[in-house]
Design a protein around this ligand. Structure first.
Ligand SMILES: Cc1ncc(COP(=O)(O)O)c(C=O)c1O
Length: 370
């Protein structure tokens, strides 16, 4: 395997973060405490939601958000198959079933018309779990309209979309509940961590119980909860990363603009499209390669350019989902995209010469020369 000279992601940990982690370690209060509360308030405040509930990961945040929304055994939740598996797995954790609706071929996000068809075919569906994939907000006006018409609770999976906004509203503050991830490849990190946001105080209290063994008072357990708590160590990393988030997003956007400019006019690849009213947070810069995607991957490998395959198959084509009876699902757009997309490096630590190199390598791929 040739050496990767430009990796797809690189954690960006400041000296300030390292110093604050040492402070927390020195304090002796390393489990969930004041640092977690501070991070919850700061992150909710940044996003415009009233309440934040920190969790151990984005996956556990999704699980808690769905449970708090009342999703339980036998319920149906409409969602996208073109996402990381955690999205629909969280539905399964609740004992519910995922109803997969197809995505839009240009934005890769849930297609509101496909959500409508799914709601018509599944009149009992309780919620729609949207994913702002790669950092691009979904077409929320259209989705909110369908949700209102069919009585669906809207939950946002914002794992890839910290800092993105839709018509001036930050994602994560649009649905009833939302879930974020702070995994190291995300727009900001805690190592591992997540957050549920909501502006409903009662739901927030339910989430707080769920992440802490159903307990608000020590050794008194109201509901079946979990240990999904964040640590103070993770929270202080998150708080300091949050201070840099706007700079990270600006760097990602500038890198994406540079890539888009450099790739314009190449006949073999399609750059990401950003619909009007959307502020894309570019967690990933994902291009479409209608013909010969796997050949481009080999070319990138030979030239040492890191890439990501997000996602190589729709969730319902995963062995687990086939085993669970989802094998007959059909979302043709998601299926086509899974053989056509490739994500190129766009992270904030990229240098100009690295962006130029990526453009040069993609431009040198033979189908782009025709
Ligand atoms: C869309 C999406 N949802 C959920 C998750 C789960 O987050 P985590 O890895 O923090 O559990 C991720 C990230 O990995 C993701 O990309």
């Amino acid at each position: 395997m040739p050496e990767i000279s430009i990796p797809i992601a690189r954690p960006n940990i400041s000296e300030r973060t390292k110093a604050r982690v040492m402070d927390v370690l020195g304090s002796g209060f390393i489990a969930s405490g004041t640092e977690v509360r501070n991070f919850e308030q700061a992150f909710a405040g940044y996003t415009g939601a009233a309440e934040g509930i920190a969790t151990s990961s984005g996956t556990t945040a999704l699980h808690v958000a769905l449970l708090a929304a009342g999703i339980g055994p036998g319920d149906e939740v409409i969602t996208t198959p073109f996402t990381f598996i955690a999205t629909s797995n969280a539905v399964l954790y609740c004992g519910a079933r995922a109803v997969f609706a197809d995505v839009d071929p240009d934005t890769y996000n849930l297609d509101a018309q496909a959500v409508r068809r799914a709601a018509e075919e599944h009149p009992g569906a309780k919620a729609v779990l949207v994913v702002h994939l790669f950092g691009l907000p979904c077409d929320m006006d259209a989705i909110l309209d369908v949700a209102a018409e069919y009585g669906l609770t809207v939950i946002e999976d914002c794992a890839q979309a910290h800092g993105a906004s839709y018509k001036g509203k930050m994602v994560g503050s649009i649905g009833l509940l939302s879930a974020f991830s702070f995994y190291p490849t995300k727009n900001m990190t805690c190592g591992e961590g997540g957050m549920v946001l909501t502006s409903d105080k009662e739901l927030a209290e339910r989430c707080r119980l769920l992440v802490n063994h159903g307990s608000a008072v020590r050794y008194q357990h109201e509901v079946l909860g979990y240990n999904y708590r964040m640590t103070n160590i993770a929270a202080v990393i998150g708080s300091t990363q949050l201070e840099d988030l706007d700079d990270f997003i600006n760097a990602r956007s500038a890198n994406a603009a540079g890539l888009t400019q450099g790739l314009a006019g190449l006949s073999g690849v399609v750059a990401p499209r950003v619909p009007e009213g959307c502020c894309h947070a570019f967690n990933q810069y994902t291009i479409k390669v209608p013909e010969g995607r796997d050949d481009l991957l080999k070319h990138l490998e030979r030239e040492g350019i890191g890439y990501g395959l997000f996602y190589p198959r729709p969730s319902y084509r995963q062995p687990l989902y086939e085993e669970l009876g989802y094998g007959d699902c059909r979302c043709p757009v998601a299926e086509d995209l899974s053989s056509q997309v490739v994500s190129l490096p766009v992270h904030p630590l990229l240098e100009k010469r690295e962006i130029d190199r990526i453009i040069e390598v993609v431009g040198d791929w033979p189908p782009n020369k025709g």
